[in-house]
Ligand binder design. Structure first.
Ligand code: APR
Length: 229
């Protein structure tokens, strides 16, 4: 049996990381085009560096911890005898910190930076700006290794292969409006059980067998308990 899990910002909300789509449509006071596009980086790199520096620094805050939703998925991965793939749209490291081993960060990671010349990525926990010395001494700009709007998500081939043979697809804490992730449920084969976990119904809820309403910090542990007593 194969399980594929897709997570979004909602699963980290109870840990204190803000989701993207609040009532004003603003993300920490910014429109996404101002901070999460290649055009924004080209026209105002300082704003984009600073925006991600704050998010990266938040990951080092000793108060930030994985919550019961992250821990439940790690427990499922550890106990499940079949294949288990966790695909996340999140750029934080809370799934790893909860103990998940097989995490595909389709939208990149805050704790990685990328060389614009070579495309090589480096682990990075500090501030990044235009003056940051290149880890390999090259004379090339560095950028957050984040997939911005208009860019192609990572690991799509592997994600598609896993979805095509999924027996259980779990979608937790995502608004279902950003593609291609919002379309993953439609790649699962006939007979695959599809369950969504969210605070509310989403535009893709009708594509699932069931939508479990509530905070993932509560609903996911209950669900995992029912799978692995
Ligand atoms: N438990 C369950 N669901 C929750 C919780 C919670 N505690 N808190 C919030 N949610 C739900 C919201 O109802 C919403 O549907 O999580 C979803 C969060 O949606 P978004 O903020 O749109 O986040 P996400 O779906 O991850 O965004 C996708 O868009 O901005 C880009 O690249 C960015 O990866 C991101 C992508």
């Amino acid at each position: 049996m194969n399980i594929v899990v897709l997570t979004g910002a909602g699963i980290s909300a109870e840990s204190g990381i803000k989701t993207f789509r609040d009532e004003n449509g603003l993300w920490e006071g910014h429109r996404v085009e101002e901070v999460a596009t290649p055009e924004a980086f080209a026209s105002n790199s300082k704003l984009v560096y600073d925006f991600y520096n704050l998010r990266r620094a938040q990951l080092l805050d000793p108060k930030l911890k994985p919550n019961d939703g992250h821990l439940a998925l790690a427990r499922l991965e550890a106990a499940f005898p079949g294949s288990f793939t966790l695909v996340t749209q999140n750029v934080d490291n809370l799934h790893e910190r909860a103990g998940c081993k097989n995490v595909l960060h389709m939208h990149g990671e805050l704790q990685k930076i990328r060389c614009l010349q070579s495309g090589e990525c480096y682990q990075w926990t500090e501030e990044l700006n235009e003056k940051t010395p290149h880890p390999k001494g090259l004379n090339s700009p560095l950028r957050p290794d984040i997939v911005w709007f208009g860019e192609i998500p990572k690991h799509l081939d592997q994600i598609e292969q896993d979805l095509l043979k999924a027996d259980l697809f779990i979608c937790a804490g995502t608004s279902g409006v950003v593609y291609p992730a919002a379309g993953f449920v439609q790649l699962t084969p006939r007979g695959c059980k599809k369950i969504e976990f969210n605070l509310e119904e989403t535009p893709i809820s009708r594509l699932f067998d069931e939508t479990v309403l509530g905070e993932t910090g509560k609903t996911l542990p209950d669900f995992v308990d029912s799978l692995i007593p």
